[in-house]
Design a protein around this ligand. Structure first.
Ligand SMILES: Nc1ncnc2c1ncn2[C@@H]1O[C@H](COP(=O)(O)OP(=O)(O)O)[C@@H](O)[C@H]1O
Ligand SMILES: [Mg+2]
Length: 361
């Protein structure tokens, strides 16, 4: 009888042993496959990262200090008044596209930090987000602006997921704590996000909720208990920029911000932007070309874009100066005007038919 029991025990020990051995082997081969796959993927992305196209010209000539933002003296003065000094305020910058709103906002933090009595510390952050691509989920699974709780149901087999611990994820409002949160195209923020943002501006913290949270759960780390109890810090100054009209922006946001306005650029401003950009990029340009571009470019970004096209065109011809005819060609090719004529030798025969751009249009 004992012999039968021993044989049965021996048999089951072998079966269990084989089971665990095969499980161990399959886990090892999974691990190996994952390692190999991630090595190939990492090599692929590292190779991609070594490829660089040239820096866009709009970045290369982006104003590096407030004096280089042309034609917005009042707007810049107001922006500095709002953010510099001992009591900074939230701001909305209104203005048409391509007139320097983003450029000015990006410079604001450094100016604010250097001002007398500023509450911003030397390491205060400038966090930039674009409202047009703000991903969010109505169930708050993901909210890169406000923050969210990564609940165990969505965590899968991660450490917190297995332990059933809800994991708070900070959003841009918390990343900007102690600094400036710049929301470009703030007028495009979905209503739900806008309302949450207003609440954060009011409370200066983000209160998170989760059906998986219990204050009596001993498994949950102390810092997570602290976040659920006291919220995530989110004390920052908001700078929003928009091409929309004030009446299209929610009143509740407007009432919390100082509203400042950037102007459409005049022909003279665009001339200055073109000349500065040429200087920065070492481009030689004829006065007539500057004049033509400034007549037709709709804004600063447009002017820089036209300049880039002309620069590339003349460089392809192995020439190193943009002359009036190059400018006329670029404007014609891009259908800015129908008013230019070329003779057989492709010389402009009459550019006087070009109607000047209306001032401030
Ligand atoms: N007022 C300006 N002064 C100098 N450069 C300007 C100005 N406005 C636009 N630009 C040029 O156009 C580019 C885009 O401007 P940006 O600040 O992004 O415009 P916005 O945010 O108003 O749409 C800048 O990098 C700069 O080269
Ligand atoms: Mg912008």
């Amino acid at each position: 009888m004992n012999g039968v029991i021993m044989i049965t025990q021996f048999f089951f020990t072998i079966v269990i042993g084989l089971y665990f051995l095969s499980k161990f082997k399959s886990e090892q081969s999974d691990e190996k496959a994952i390692k190999e796959h991630s090595k190939t993927e990492a090599e692929h992305f590292n190779a991609m990262r070594r490829i660089h196209l040239s820096e866009p010209i709009t970045e290369e000539v982006r104003p590096q200090n407030m004096n280089e933002v042309i034609g917005q003296d009042d707007g810049i003065k107001a922006l500095r008044a709002c953010l510099c000094g001992s009591d900074p305020q939230h701001v909305i910058i209104y203005g048409p596209p391509g007139v320097g709103k983003t450029a000015a906002a990006r410079l604001a933090m450094e100016y604010a930090k250097k001002s007398d009595g500023t509450p911003f510390k030397h390491n205060a952050k400038f966090v930039e987000v674009d409202a047009t691509i703000m991903r969010y989920d109505e169930r708050s699974i993901a909210d890169p602006l406000i923050g969210s709780v990564h609940d165990p149901i969505y965590q899968g087999s991660g450490v917190y997921g297995c332990a059933g611990i809800p994991q708070p994820k900070e959003g841009a409002v918390t990343k900007a704590h102690g600094g400036i949160l710049f929301i470009d195209e703030i007028g495009e923020l979905p209503n739900c996000q806008m309302n949450k943002l207003l609440k954060v501006l009011e409370d200066r913290k983000v209160i998170l909720e989760s059906a998986y949270y219990s204050k009596n759960d001993k498994k949950i780390p102390t810092y997570i208990h602290d976040i659920f109890k006291n919220g995530l810090p989110a004390d920052f100054k908001l700078v929003g920029a928009t091409t929309k009209k004030p009446e299209d922006i929610p009143e509740a946001l407007r009432s919390r911000c100082v509203e400042i306005y950037f102007n459409p650029l005049t022909k003279e401003h665009i001339e200055t932007i073109i000349r500065n950009a040429c200087k920065r990029m070492g481009i030689d340009i004829e006065d007539g070309a500057v004049n033509l571009f400034s007549m037709y470019a709709k804004n600063g970004r447009d002017a820089v874009k036209l300049l880039q096209l002309s620069k590339n065109t003349v460089y392809l011809d192995r020439r190193y100066r943009i002359d009036t005819q190059d400018a006329a060609w670029a404007l014609n090719a891009c259908r800015y005007t129908k008013g230019m004529y070329f003779d057989d030798k492709e010389k402009i025969i009459d550019i006087s038919v070009i109607k000047p751009k209306e001032k401030n249009s």
